[in-house]
Design a protein around this ligand. Structure first.
Ligand SMILES: *[C@@H]1O[C@H](CO)[C@@H](O)[C@H](O)[C@H]1NC(C)=O
Ligand SMILES: *[C@@H]1O[C@H](CO)[C@@H](O)[C@H](O)[C@H]1NC(C)=O
Ligand SMILES: *[C@@H]1O[C@H](CO)[C@@H](O)[C@H](O)[C@H]1NC(C)=O
Ligand SMILES: *[C@@H]1O[C@H](CO)[C@@H](O)[C@H](O)[C@H]1NC(C)=O
Length: 319
């Protein structure tokens, strides 16, 4: 009896209060950057994780953060004249004739995580260029205080770098996954005011904002009906500017947007993506050239991470 009362007190009393007052714990739970998987990655040797025609390099952002980046060549350029220098790789990007995909990953892991590699290889096989990178404090990028603003500034810098390099020679697409949808929507909302837009934005397994995602996450189901849940768990994130309010950002974005979500996503329930979609069509109108949402049936079993295995995906992207 006594033990179970104590456990009860810890789970419903002590843990939430610690959570409420610890910005560090909130950040750790949101970004999960301490979850490093795969454990040992030779970032400088992308071929060690099975990527062909790929170079590793580093960019130093305007905030002096060193960011680890991979540039992956489209399949048709993987012949016996694969570039051997950074300059040659950059020249290929500047003379790109195939579309360029800039990928912004979700929380945990790094740019070498398995499901991410699978998507890059799909892009490569579709004959697209890929740029992917690790935000600050992920992978081999500089360890710098994590915040929404921080990862957004890193990503904004990389996006602008890509736009400058490609310089209109080919269309640039932005692809965000999971927490990366919050990052990409925030970046593009900021740049919309400067009239800088990609050809289109893909949001894979997105959520509408952190408040709803926190409330609907499976871990919260035990707590969310407690009367103090909102004050204890949700408000501190807002106060600490960990918001990722994609439903507000999407209103400002002018390029076409494609939302992809699996109905059996157990991390971000599909109705949060529907709320985001609704925010988009409420402001942009239900014009399928501007905003589209594709829900993937549970029977495919793709969940949160494996939309890259959806057999219709190549034709969706091409369209
Ligand atoms: C490799 O592919 C590129 C692009 O298709 C082409 O311009 C080049 O001539 C090819 N090089 C060789 C050695 O086949
Ligand atoms: C495009 O390719 C040509 C020929 O390889 C090269 O000389 C030129 O520098 C490239 N353009 C840019 C902007 O790098
Ligand atoms: C970018 O494109 C413009 C217009 O096509 C061209 O005038 C300019 O030289 C290009 N810049 C670079 C760095 O290649
Ligand atoms: C938007 O339009 C498409 C095509 O006309 C339709 O299939 C879809 O149900 C509409 N969405 C909403 C939310 O009305």
């Amino acid at each position: 009896m006594k033990t179970s009362a104590l456990i009860y007190l810890i789970i419903f009393g002590l843990l939430p209060v610690i959570f409420h007052y610890s910005y560090n714990i909130q950040k750790k739970i949101l970004f999960l950057n301490f979850v490093q998987w795969p454990l040992k990655v030779e970032f400088s040797e992308p071929q060690s994780v099975g990527l062909e025609g790929t170079r590793n390099f580093y960019l130093h952002t305007d905030q002096q953060v060193k960011i680890g980046v991979w540039q992956i060549l489209p399949r048709s350029l993987l012949n016996n004249s694969i570039p051997t220098t950074d300059e040659a790789y950059e020249a290929v990007l500047s003379n790109a004739t195939q579309p360029v995909f800039l990928y912004m990953h979700g929380n945990s892991g790094n740019r070498a995580s398995m499901h991410r590699l699978e998507l890059y290889k799909l892009f490569q096989d579709l004959d697209y260029h890929v740029i992917c990178f690790d935000y600050r404090s992920y992978g081999d990028s500089d360890v710098v205080e994590l915040s929404e603003e921080g990862v957004v500034m890193d990503s904004k810098y990389i996006f602008e770098w890509v736009m400058k390099k490609v310089n209109g020679s080919a269309p640039v697409f932005v692809w965000g996954h999971s927490l990366g949808t919050g990052v990409s929507a925030h970046v593009l909302a900021l740049l919309a005011t400067e009239n800088i837009q990609p050809a289109a934005l893909f949001l894979e397994a997105p959520f509408n904002n952190i408040a709803d995602e926190l409330t609907e996450h499976p871990f919260s189901q035990l707590f969310k009906h407690l009367p103090w849940f909102h004050w204890l768990i949700v408000e501190p994130f807002y106060k600490n500017n960990l918001r990722f309010e994609s439903d507000k950002h999407i209103v400002k974005i002018d390029c076409p947007i494609m939302i992809l979500h699996a109905e059996d996503d157990g991390v971000i329930p599909v109705f949060l993506a529907e709320r985001l979609y609704k925010a988009a069509i409420d402001s942009h109108g239900n014009d399928t050239d501007r905003v589209q949402m594709i829900k993937i049936d549970s029977s495919y079993g793709l969940g949160h991470k494996y939309i890259c295995r959806y057999k219709e995906l190549p034709s969706i992207i091409k369209t």
